[in-house]
Design a protein. Structure first.
Length: 156
């Protein structure tokens, strides 16, 4: 292994150790299951020709239901960073979160396609898949996208 490669590997391992800490959200099992994969993900992403980012986690609580706040912003900033490196990106988002994503994209510099899909819209998902194929998306990354737990509860 070249000295430069081993230094890069060490830095990525350090970053992974910093970000993969359970801060009271009971993520220890997820951290353990994914330990050591940041380097492989970074190496794969380095070869991307186009990246599709998926975000949107609508929080229907209280008097003001709204998208959660860090996913749209983080997604827009990652898309801007990828574009700055010469890797085109586009973002898929569900309708309740689409405006927050569009505002974040514009604040991050714009120039990123936002593909909106209605909740429970299978035809919309088909259109999205076709648009991503046409755009040559080689990698997909989900950011703050909720999923069901083993108890069938939704979590981000």
């Amino acid at each position: 292994m070249s000295p430069r490669r081993s230094e890069s590997d060490r830095r990525i391992a350090t970053i992974e150790a910093l970000v993969c800490r359970d801060v009271g959200r009971k993520t220890g099992e997820l951290i353990a299951a994914s330990r050591g994969n940041l380097l492989a993900a970074a190496q794969s992403l380095a070869g991307a020709t186009s990246v599709g980012l998926i975000t949107g986690f609508f929080v229907p609580r209280g008097d003001v239901a709204a998208p959660e706040t860090d996913g749209p912003v983080g997604t827009a900033l990652l898309a801007a960073g990828l574009a700055a490196c010469g890797v085109p990106a586009r973002i898929a988002v569900d309708t309740p979160c689409a405006e927050a994503v569009r505002v974040a994209v514009e604040a991050a510099g714009g120039g990123v396609a936002v593909d909106e899909v209605g909740v429970g819209d299978p035809a919309g998902l088909d259109r999205l898949r076709e648009a991503w194929r046409h755009a040559g998306v080689s990698h997909a990354i989900a950011i703050e996208r909720c999923g069901r737990s083993a108890r069938s509860q939704w979590h981000g």
